[in-house]
Design a protein. Structure first.
Length: 177
């Protein structure tokens, strides 16, 4: 008999985590849930997962911090990052840190499971016919600079050439991913 597939879900939305858990359990996975970055180590030891689904935005923390810890535990772990706040900057960072895929919510279990098993890029991915909006470009640049400065608001504002309060207002309208 083959070894069971073990999955760790790092998600702070209790309802979404429960839905995802049930869906993967129906597919034969053993599933554990960590509701925060702090719970991650505890769950890793009991779950010994081969797969992980990580929410990009965990309360006040970034799910990106989980990726190196997951790979430290198991370099071969298949990691998919899910987010409702997709941006090019965070997608690039997630992949650089070792996530196998980055999916925008809403993503279903089929898409997540397919992402676990894809290790190659897809040259047939369709290109967007609509150019990126100015607001989206600005938001991606803010996210990129925040990541570069380790989420230091003052330094990010300085590098972007804007007043700290202006940046704080923009972040309040659209929280950091």
């Amino acid at each position: 008999m083959s070894e069971p597939r073990r999955l760790l879900i790092v998600e702070d939305d209790v309802r979404f985590a429960a839905t995802l858990r049930r869906s993967f359990e129906r597919r034969g996975y053993e599933v554990w849930v960590a509701g925060s970055v702090e719970e991650l180590d505890e769950r890793l030891e009991e779950a010994r997962p081969q797969y992980a689904v990580v929410d990009l935005k965990l309360a006040a923390a970034s799910g990106l911090t989980c990726i190196p810890r997951l790979h430290e535990y198991d370099p071969d772990m298949r990691i998919v990052v899910l987010t409702g706040f997709a941006s090019i900057a965070t997608a690039v960072e997630a992949i650089k840190l070792g996530a196998g895929h980055y999916l925008a919510k809403p993503s279903n279990t089929d898409e997540i499971e397919a992402a676990f098993h894809r290790s190659e890029g897809d040259v047939n991915t369709r290109l967007s016919v609509r150019p990126t909006s100015l607001k989206t470009l600005e938001w991606e640049r803010i996210n990129e600079t925040l990541a570069e400065t380790n989420f230091n608001i003052s330094e990010t504002a300085r590098r972007l050439g804007m007043h700290r309060r202006t940046l704080a207002r923009k972040l309040a309208k659209r929280p950091v991913t």
